[in-house]
Design a binder for this molecule. Structure first.
Ligand SMILES: Cc1cc2nc3c(=O)[nH]c(=O)nc-3n(C[C@H](O)[C@H](O)[C@H](O)COP(=O)(O)OP(=O)(O)OC[C@H]3O[C@@H](n4cnc5c(N)ncnc54)[C@H](O)[C@@H]3O)c2cc1C
Length: 441
C-alpha cells in the first residue's frame, strides 16, 4: 500500500512593513531565537527569511506593529498541497513547540536564594527573597533552596528553613570568612553548574550587586537588577522580572528565555518577609570548595566600620515622614522633624529635595534613592512620580498630604488629605502631642 505523503505545515516568515519601524532599539533582534534579524546602521531590522522558523516572537514584541507574517510562494504551494492531502499531524509543528518549551526542557529545576551574611549575621533581604521564592516554587512545583556560603554559618541553615527553604546548600570554610568577589562567585558558579537551578535570586545590596554581576557573566546568563516584582509564567517556566525602565517612566517585565539560571536581584524592603516558622526543617547539602587562600588576589587587611555622625537609616525605619518640593525650603523640614519625633520616626524626602540641597542624599526615597517599607509613610508635598513610588509603595500604610487632589500619590495612598501641608502637618503634631499628654498613645 502506498504510504500517505506527510507534509510539514508552513508557519510563514516575518517581514518588515515599510515606513513603520520606530527604531525602538532592536527589540525584534533580541527576541529572535534563531538570530535571523540583523540591524541596519539606522536601527531598522533586516530579516533573513531563510532561517526564520515562524515563531512570531518579533511580531509580538514590536511596539509599532511594523512586522507581519506572510507565506513565501514556496510555502503557499505547500499550503495548497496540504489543502488537497488533509491537515498535517500535530508533531509537524514541532519546530515552534521546540522554541516555546525550551525553558521547560532546559533540565534546570528549582528556585534558589543566596543567603547573604556578614560575620554570620544574615541580611534581612535574604528572608524577603525566601518569601517571594516560596510563591515562585509553589507555582513551578519545585523545591525552594537557600545557598549559604561563609565561615561558621551552620546556624543559617535552620534560619533558612524557618523562613521557607526546603533545602539548604552550605559551603562553610575559612576562606569564605569575609566576602570577596572571586571565591564567592567561583563557589556559587560551581554549585549552579552542578545542581542547575532554574531561578537564582540575590539581594540588591552592595555584596549582592557585586556577586550577581560576576556570576551572571561567568554563567553566561541574563540578570535583571533591582526588580520590584517577580512572578512566573508557569507554562513556559519563565521568571517574569518587573523593574522600572527608561528612566522609570515605564515598568518593564523582562524574561531570560534562552539561558539558565534566570537571575534577578531585588532591593531590600521590596518584598514581604513571611512569618518565621522555627518548627520547619529540611535537607542540608554540604559542599566543599577547594579554593586556596594563596590563589585569591584580594586580601582583607582591616575592616573599618563607617559611622557618620548624624547619619540616619531611613530604610530600616517604621515611621517615615517624607517631604517633597511642596516643602518649599530646607527650613520648613523642621515641621516634618517635629511630627517624626512625635511618631518615633525619621524624615525622608523626594529627589527634588536632594537636588535642591535641602536634605542629604541618604534621605532620598525612590528608584535612585532607597527602598523603604515602614508601618506608616507620610508623604507631604510629594506629587507621586513613578520613580518615587517604586521606593515606597509597599509601605503598610501610606498617608498623602497634597493640595492637588489629582496628584498621583493619592493613587497609592491608603489615606489622603487634600489641603495645605503647612496647616495639616502642625495640626497632626499638635493632636499627637495632646493624645500623648492624655496617655492615649
Ligand atoms: C532616572 C530618574 C530617577 C529618579 N529617581 C527618583 C527617586 O529616586 N526619587 C524621587 O523622589 N524622584 C526621582 N526622580 C524624579 C521624579 O521623576 C520626580 O521629579 C520627583 O519625584 C518629584 O518630586 P516631588 O514630588 O517632591 O516634586 P513635584 O513633582 O514638584 O511635586 C510637588 C508636590 O507638592 C504639592 N504641593 C506644593 N505645595 C503644597 C502645599 N503647600 N501643601 C500640599 N501640597 C503641596 C504639589 O501639588 C505637588 O504635587 C527620578 C527621575 C528620573 C528621570
Amino acid at each position: 500500500m502506498e504510504e500517505k505523503k506527510r507534509i510539514k505545515k508552513p508557519l510563514g516568515v516575518a517581514r518588515l512593513l515599510e515606513g513603520k519601524c520606530i527604531f525602538c532599539g532592536a527589540r525584534c533582534q533580541s527576541a529572535c531565537p534563531k538570530d535571523c534579524v540583523e540591524m541596519t546602521e539606522q536601527g531598522e531590522p533586516i530579516i533573513d527569511i531563510t532561517c526564520c522558523i515562524g515563531c512570531k516572537k518579533c511580531v509580538k514584541i514590536c511596539p509599532s506593529q511594523a512586522i507581519e507574517m506572510y507565506f513565501t510562494p514556496e510555502q503557499q504551494r505547500l499550503l495548497d498541497e496540504i489543502a488537497r492531502h488533509g491537515a498535517p499531524a500535530a508533531e509537524e509543528e514541532a519546530g515552534q513547540e521546540e522554541v516555546i518549551n525550551s525553558a521547560s526542557d532546559s533540565g534546570y529545576r528549582g528556585v534558589w536564594v543566596f543567603v547573604e551574611q556578614i560575620n554570620g549575621e544574615p541580611a534581612a533581604v535574604s528572608w524577603e527573597l525566601l518569601g517571594v521564592g516560596r510563591h515562585l516554587s509553589w507555582q513551578l512545583k519545585v523545591d525552594l533552596c537557600a545557598v549559604v556560603i561563609g565561615e561558621k554559618v551552620q546556624h543559617l541553615c535552620s534560619e533558612s528553613f524557618a523562613y521557607g527553604a526546603d533545602k539548604v546548600y552550605i559551603v562553610d570554610e575559612p576562606v569564605f570568612r569575609f566576602y570577596r568577589t572571586q571565591p564567592y562567585f567561583v563557589a556559587l558558579c560551581n554549585l549552579v553548574n552542578k545542581y542547575k537551578p532554574e531561578i537564582l535570586l540575590i539581594g540588591a545590596t552592595g555584596v549582592g550587586r557585586d556577586l550577581a554581576g560576576a556570576l551572571a557573566t561567568c554563567l553566561n546568563t541574563g540578570l535583571t537588577a533591582d526588580c520590584t516584582g517577580l512572578g512566573v509564567d508557569e507554562k513556559r517556566r519563565l521568571l517574569m522580572q518587573t523593574r522600572p525602565a527608561f528612566g522609570g517612566n515605564i515598568m518593564a517585565t523582562i524574561v531570560t528565555e534562552k539561558n539558565w539560571p534566570q537571575m534577578a536581584t531585588v532591593r531590600p524592603h521590596t518584598m514581604h518577609i513571611h512569618e518565621k516558622d522555627p518548627s520547619r526543617s529540611g535537607e542540608i547539602i554540604r559542599e566543599r570548595q577547594y579554593i586556596a587562600e594563596d590563589d585569591i588576589a584580594t586580601k582583607i587587611i582591616e575592616i573599618i566600620e563607617r559611622t557618620q555622625e548624624g547619619s540616619v537609616d531611613i530604610a530600616g525605619a517604621d515611621f517615615i515622614v517624607s517631604g517633597g518640593r511642596g516643602m518649599q525650603s530646607a527650613d520648613n523640614f523642621r515641621i516634618l522633624q517635629e511630627l517624626a519625633d512625635e511618631l518615633g520616626g525619621v524624615v525622608a524626602c523626594s529627589r527634588c529635595v536632594v537636588d535642591a540641597g535641602w536634605m542629604p542624599a541618604e534621605r532620598q526615597v525612590g528608584q535612585t534613592g532607597k527602598t523603604v517599607r515602614p508601618k506608616i509613610y507620610i508623604a507631604a508635598g510629594i506629587s507621586g512620580a513613578i520613580q518615587h513610588l517604586v521606593g515606597m509603595q509597599n509601605s503598610d500604610i501610606i498617608i498623602a498630604i497634597n493640595r492637588d487632589k489629582h496628584a498621583p500619590i493619592f493613587e497609592v495612598a491608603h489615606y489622603g488629605l487634600v489641603g495645605d501641608l503647612f496647616k495639616i502637618i502642625p495640626s497632626l503634631t499638635r493632636q499627637l502631642k495632646a493624645l500623648r499628654a492624655n496617655g492615649k498613645t
